[in-house]
Design a protein around this ligand. Structure first.
Ligand SMILES: NC(=O)c1ccc[n+]([C@@H]2O[C@H](COP(=O)([O-])OP(=O)(O)OC[C@H]3O[C@@H](n4cnc5c(N)ncnc54)[C@H](OP(=O)(O)O)[C@@H]3O)[C@@H](O)[C@H]2O)c1
Length: 330
């Protein structure tokens, strides 16, 4: 299958190339695309050098699927051009996620809703993906009523320039381009994406709205505080979840240990709990610190960690592409 990767020189794009290789996706030809300034550059795929091309050349090459990770503006402009040429787009940006005519897909939860007619498919926000992969199996058994989530998000979520800012600050170089309005090294910023009129950030509202859309239940209440921290391995989340029905913590642990794409790491006595350092480079979502909230009935506390560039972006997008290929939907 011919595959285009739009944004192939970026953080998520490079991870998509790695994941396609590792999972042995049947790529017959890889078509890497980036901005005009990168056309002609070489990237490495399966040990071979491949030349970055323009989006026009990529459309002319007629790939079956184009995986986009090139920002919302680029996606709004280019995804329809690919779709009109019959190419199925899997898009990592926020451009199409809440469009009622587009599906927002986490394969473990709702890939079965995809059809041949879906020409632009949205990949959810990274913080939302890792949370719903854990919540959905519990929702089926106990019914999620309300979620209170605080995130601790990696600088890799902002792209290459943010990683450069962190390491430049750490080395004492203050001349690097600033992505954040404050220093990020030795600091914590309660600010991810832009502030909205309601006082929340766009990232916080993504977690509220995308959770309902992916889990297919508008009654689920979500409130979020999203925070940037100086780490690179992945995003962490403290999640407090109130259910309609009571649960047994042992059963919760069993359900999660059997859930697709989830690994339970919960042995506090031996200091085993999920961390960005150990989640880095992994495709799964890790959950630990599973305990009852003793202040309120039917309520559970969880600590959820995943590599935002993997399950939060590249892995989820490649899994969607795998589903499309395996089910002859492209
Ligand atoms: N980082 C994450 O955890 C994460 C998670 C989920 C979703 N996403 C989304 O994925 C997208 C990319 O994020 P990133 O972190 O990989 O950013 P990044 O490292 O800054 O990379 C951006 C990529 O987009 C390309 N690009 C920019 N303008 C373009 C254009 N006009 N036409 C074609 N390609 C263009 C860039 O090419 P050049 O190298 O030529 O500039 C580069 O390959 C964003 O929409 C982001 O919201 C990121």
């Amino acid at each position: 299958m011919k595959i285009a990767v739009v944004g192939s020189t970026g953080l998520v794009g490079s991870e998509i190339l790695k994941v396609l290789e590792e999972r042995n996706f049947p790529v017959t030809e890889l078509i890497p695309v980036a901005s005009e300034r990168s056309v002609g550059k070489q990237i490495t795929f399966k040990g071979k050098q491949v030349t970055v091309v323009s989006f026009e050349d990529a459309i002319a090459a007629k790939p079956a699927i184009a995986i986009f990770s090139a920002g919302g503006g680029t996606s709004l402009k280019l995804a329809p051009l690919f779709a009109e040429a019959g190419i199925t787009v899997v898009d990592n940006s926020s451009a199409w996620r809440m469009d009622p005519t587009k599906k927002l897909v986490v394969p473990e939860i709702n890939a079965h809703t995809l059809t041949k007619e879906d020409k632009i498919i949205a990949n959810p926000n990274c913080s939302t993906i890792q949370m719903v992969v854990v919540l959905n199996p519990l929702h089926k058994k106990y019914g999620v009523k309300r979620v209170v989530v605080s995130t601790y998000q990696s600088v890799t979520g902002t792209g290459k320039a943010a990683v450069d800012q962190l390491f430049a600050e750490r080395s004492g170089d203050q001349s690097t381009q600033k992505v954040y309005p404050h220093p990020i090294d030795l600091n914590v910023l309660p600010h991810i994406d832009v502030f909205l009129d309601n006082g929340y950030t766009k990232e916080e509202m993504k977690m509220v709205n995308e959770t309902k859309k992916i889990m297919g239940d508008d009654t689920i209440q979500v409130t979020a505080t999203t925070v940037r921290i100086p780490t690179i391995g992945g995003h962490s989340e403290a999640v407090n979840v109130e259910f309609e029905n009571d649960f047994d913590v042992t059963d919760v642990t069993k359900i999660l240990s059997e859930a697709d794409g989830v690994i339970v790491q919960d042995d506090p006595k031996n200091y085993l709990y999920p961390m960005p350092l150990t989640a880095h480079g992994k495709d799964e979502v890790f959950v630990g610190r599973i305990r009852r909230d003793e202040s309120q009935g039917n309520t559970l506390n969880l600590w959820i960690v995943a590599d935002n560039l993997r399950k939060g972006a590249a892995t989820n997008a490649v899994q969607i592409a795998e589903y499309l290929a395996e089910n002859n939907l492209v």
